[in-house]
Write a protein that binds this ligand. Sequence first.
Ligand code: CMX
Length: 135
Amino acid sequence: MNKIEHIGIAVKNLESSIDLYQRLLNTDCYKTELVATENVNTAFFKTGENKIELLSATSLDSTVAKFLEKKGEGIHHIAFLVDDILVEMERLKSEGFTLLNDAPKRGADNKMICFVHPKDANGVLIELCQEIKWV
Ligand code: CMX
């Protein structure tokens, strides 16, 4: 795996959290995006080379809504950039990790994504992501 691509933070109220993180990081949110397939609204910040993704739920059955109910607001996942998501998924499967999707799916910020179950990673939800290249 390559560098950490972003850290995802689950928040109850995206609008007020955008304002809070703008003041905290002293930088503007550069993008908001609805990811309908994941039932989340997202907002992205850049700090140097690093990215923060704020996530709020768009429905009660969203995985983020469940997370907020169980654990409250806070770090939801760590995303790693990979060169080839299919190769990395095969490697992790062969190492015995539980992948939460059989095939890469389209995530926020122009990425193909796949998740590793937090039970297999010391309680941390891991996301693999690969930039979608348009031809
Ligand atoms: N980080 C750490 N632990 C988590 C977690 C998270 N983000 N989400 C759930 N868990 C824990 C739960 O607390 C629970 O722990 P206990 O068994 O100790 O209570 C355990 O994982 C299983 O949770 P669950 O409630 O039984 O199952 P869920 O229905 O909540 O599903 C998970 C959990 C990880 C399988 C589901 O959240 C999932 O598929 N996540 C991947 C997709 C996703 O999170 N999408 C939103 C982000 C999209 C984006 O970034 O664009």
